[in-house]
Write a protein that binds this ligand. Structure first.
Ligand SMILES: C[S@@+](CC[C@H](N)C(=O)[O-])C[C@H]1O[C@@H](n2cnc3c(N)ncnc32)[C@H](O)[C@@H]1O
Length: 287
């Protein structure tokens, strides 16, 4: 991220989630605040997409698939939260929250939500919430943390997060932007939470796993984000990340590739390859 600037990828993701609400495509995830927090009108969103500026991609089909993935990962995360709450968990931590709106739609009255994000992105989000007139619920606590230079432990302790009670951690669209050290620190922190603890995140396969066509598209995207100060830094295979998680004490790992996850929500057979091999993962530690 560029010093003093909010995350550009957070805005791109928010635009895509907002456009998913109005696009003529099967709706996987409904977010009534997505358009308000993105601070655009539906007409502006359509114009942005038509001008291929939503994510800077000129390939409409690729943009559509990416939106479907963003919608699917949000739905997967919120279903995990709902299931954990039904089983008794009362703390939710959204890591690298960007313009995520779960905390402002939280349907679970006695569940505390902690939004952790880079201080620059979080300050920008708070301004946007104010401009949009979106109320900050009493159940939400902000915890500004730069994963590269500050510890999650200190940031969450300052926010009165209870380390000795179960929690669900949601970490969407962040891992690829962090160094391996920062990722491992965060995984260790989550693994050390009182059980049961769950962590939901998405990750990207190394470029070597892509077909030549996918690798070319992927290189274009990676260069674009690097140019605005948010380079892709870390990649995993399913085997590698599962080994790491199990070493840290997680006893259940549910891993889905993007087409499978999306197809499951649409009730159709998985479509051929995603543009980049993206995976969604839920790790659980029960004891
Ligand atoms: C692609 S956005 C995803 C935002 C949100 N989770 C979503 O799905 O819309 C990446 C997020 O990672 C956060 N991030 C990137 N590097 C970070 C760092 N070093 N420390 C804390 N947050 C960071 C950004 O501030 C941004 O909110």
């Amino acid at each position: 991220m560029q010093l003093g600037q909010p995350s550009r990828t957070a805005l791109a993701t928010a635009y895509a989630r907002a456009y998913h609400q109005i696009a003529s495509e099967p709706r996987i995830f409904t977010d009534p605040l997505a358009i308000r927090i993105a601070d655009v009108t539906p007409d502006q969103l359509s114009a942005l997409d038509a001008a291929s500026m939503v994510e800077g991609d000129t390939d409409g089909e690729m943009r559509r698939r990416r939106r479907m993935f963003l919608a699917a990962r949000a739905r997967f995360a919120e279903q995990t939260i709902a299931d954990a709450v039904a089983a008794g968990t009362r703390q939710v931590v959204i890591l690298g929250a960007g313009l995520d709106t779960f905390a402002y739609r939280n349907p679970h009255p006695d569940v505390r939500v902690f939004e952790v994000d880079h201080p620059d992105t979080q300050a920008w989000k708070r301004q946007r919430l104010e401009t949009a007139g979106i109320e900050i619920p009493a159940s939400l606590t902000f915890a500004p943390v730069d994963f590269e230079s500050q510890t999650l432990a200190a940031g969450l302790a300052a926010a009165n997060f209870d380390r000795d009670r179960p929690a669900v951690f949601i970490w969407l669209g962040v891992v690829v932007y962090l160094t391996r050290e920062a990722i491992l620190d965060t995984l260790r922190f989550v693994a050390g939470q009182a059980t049961p603890v769950q962590l939901v995140f998405d990750y990207l396969y190394p470029a070597s796993a892509s077909t030549p066509e996918d690798a070319a598209q992927r290189a274009v995207r990676a260069e674009r984000w690097a140019a605005v100060g948010e380079p892709w830094l870390s990649f995993f295979t399913a085997e590698e990340i599962e080994d790491l998680l199990r070493e840290m004490g997680f006893d259940q790992v549910d891993d889905y590739d993007a087409p499978k996850l999306i197809a499951g929500y649409l009730g159709i057979p998985p479509q051929p390859s995603s543009t980049v091999p993206l995976h969604m993962l839920r790790a659980t530690r029960t004891a």
